[in-house]
Every structure is written in C-alpha cells, then in structure tokens.
Design a protein around this ligand. Structure first.
Ligand code: F6P
Length: 321
C-alpha cells in the first residue's frame, strides 16, 4: 500500500520552515508517497484543513520566510479529546505518517500523537534555539543575522548621539539569539534569562568604556530577562547619567528570507524525516550535532535540557572590554 504522509507547521513560525516543507514534499514524491499539507498547525488538523500537495505546490518557496502551511497555537488540541480527534482525522484522510515542524510545544504534541500509534517525525523549527537535543533549530541563524543588521544600524546612530541603547531580542527561556548576535555584533553587554543580571557590573562597564573613549554602548537583552527594559533604561540613566534608549525588535526577527545555513539545515532535515518514515522508523526527533544530521527518540530528545554556552558568554565579556 502506498504510504501517505502529512506535514504541518506549528507554534511561532521561523525562516526556513518553507525550505523544510519543500524538501519533505519533494522527497516524499520522489519515493512515490502521497503527501498532504495540513494548514494552521494542529488546529487545522482538528478541522480537517488538509490538501494533497504536488511538486508544484512547493515551487518558489525556498527563499521565503514564514510558512505556506500557516501556523497556530492550538489549545483545543492539547486535550485528550483533541488528541483523539486528531487521530481520527488522520485516519479519515488515510495519513499514516506525520511530520511536525515547530518548537518544544509542537514536538510535544507530536509525541502525544505517537502514543496513540501514529508515526511521527519532529523537525526543530524555532528562532529561539531552545531545544536541548539539537545544536541548531531552523530559523535561528536567520534571526541572528537579522538582529546583527539591526545592531549595526543602531550602533551608527548611538555613536553619533553618544547614547546607550538596549536592544531587546526574542528568547523567552533561552538567550541564544542575544548571545550569538551580541557576540558577533560587538555588544558591550549581553543579558540572557539563564544568568542573573548584575546591574552594578553593567553600569561599571558602560562608564569604563566611556572613559576610554567609546562613544556608545549597546546592550542586547533577551525578552525572557525578568527586569523590564524600561526599568533597566531608567536605572542606567540614573546611575551613569547617560541617555539610554530602547529598541524592541520583536517580530522583525521572525520574518525574512532564510540564510543559506537555514536553507541547508531545513533541506537536510525535511529529507531525513521522509527517509526515516520510508525506512519504517517512528517517533524520532531530527536534529544536528557537530555538523551531522542526527535522529533520536522523540521522548528522550524532549527530555534533554538546553545548556547555555557559559564560556561563550565569558568570551563576549572579554572581547567587549
Ligand atoms: O517561540 C518563538 C517566539 O518567537 C518567542 O521568541 C516569542 O516569545 C514568541 O514566539 C511569540 O509568540 P507569538 O507569536 O504567539 O506572539
């Protein structure tokens, strides 16, 4: 019997999701499987918002941010009734393998379905890079590059006006965007949710930089850091006497054409998901480790805690004295 697989994207979108969809659709057709696009994540699965995909369904999307399958955060799905309905819907469409592209919550949803006997594959798609089992998730590299562009622009004007600027980036629990963009953008100070903030040290560093002739200070702060940016700006101004502005990058980081690295990662992961289904595997999480595409048990993968790169934080601190 010909296999039929479904693909959905769920949770916050990330640049490169389209490249992963394209890779999975093309690989499935190459292996003579039927392939179905499920629109609006798990919400669309519950509603039967499902359409067969052809080779041309994924033409001209490789370079586009967002997701052609659209996405949603579905509360309805997160209940035993939701899971049951999702399984019934897959059965109605005779879909016997499901590829889920998304972050932590989305892959947990896939794990729930696998416990009902559905063949599932999880592909990490989130700009936050907060999944413990993979070095990188699709969209992270693009987001870091977008933030980097913003840092360069802000640096120009901060320097002209001799200002301190706090640039707030995404990352609710994981400071990877802040750390990678902060380090490569030459930020004076990086604040991540994994480390306690030290305002005394921050102000000391700003003043020390001024003393040696720096005309600006850039602070990169992840959104998950508990102190609100406004409050932080007021404290800095009070203690250093320097004008302090705030830039919140928000959704700007989530869009845009994916970088070559994200397209490569997405292409390899989309292809791998289909190969694994073809070979009879189930319940696998696809990732990348040491530059190699890996797959491991979904349950085990989701239990792995993300360790932040403490040494990289330290290095960023040394390089910005
Ligand atoms: O999980 C990805 C993410 O972009 C987070 O960094 C951010 O906090 C959140 O999604 C925003 O979610 P929403 O699109 O629901 O506002």
């Amino acid at each position: 019997m010909m296999r039929k697989i479904g693909i959905l994207t769920s949770g916050g979108d990330s640049p490169g999701m389209n490249a992963a969809i394209r890779a999975a659709v093309r690989s499935a057709i190459y292996y003579e499987m039927g392939v179905y696009g499920i629109y609006n994540g798990y919400e669309g699965l519950l509603n039967g918002d499902i359409e067969e995909m052809k080779l041309w369904s994924v033409s001209d999307i490789l370079h586009r941010g967002g997701t052609i399958l659209r996405t949603a955060r579905s509360e309805r799905f997160m209940t035993p009734e939701g899971h049951k309905r999702a399984c019934d819907m897959l059965e109605n469409f005779e879909i016997d393998g499901l590829i889920v592209i998304g972050g932590n919550g989305s892959l947990r949803g896939a794990l729930d379905l696998s416990k009902h006997g559905i063949t599932v594959m999880g592909i990490p798609g989130t700009i936050d890079n907060d999944l413990g089992y993979t070095d990188f998730s699709i969209g992270f590299d693009t987001a870091v590059n977008t933030v980097l562009g913003a840092i360069s622009n802000v640096r120009d004007t901060s320097s002209s006006h001799e200002r301190t600027t706090i640039i707030e980036v995404m990352g609710r629990h994981c400071g990877d965007i802040a750390l990678h963009a902060g380090l490569t953008g030459g930020a004076e100070y990086i604040m991540i949710p994994e480390e306690e903030i030290n305002i005394n040290e921050l102000c000391r560093k700003i003043l020390q930089g001024r003393k040696r002739g720096k005309r600006h200070s850039i602070i990169i702060k992840a959104e998950g850091v508990p102190t609100p940016s406004q409050e932080l700006a007021e404290i800095i101004k009070e203690r250093t006497g320097l004008e302090t502005k705030i830039v919140v990058l928000a959704y700007i980081q989530r869009g845009g054409s994916p970088t070559a690295r994200d397209r490569m990662l997405a292409s390899m992961m989309g292809n791998k998901a289909v190969e694994l289904i073809k070979d009879g595997s189930s319940s696998r999480a696809i990732g990348v480790s040491g530059g190699q595409i890996i797959d491991l048990g979904l349950e085990e993968a989701l239990q792995m805690k993300r360790m932040y790169e403490k040494e990289m934080m330290h290095m960023a601190d040394i390089l910005s004295i």
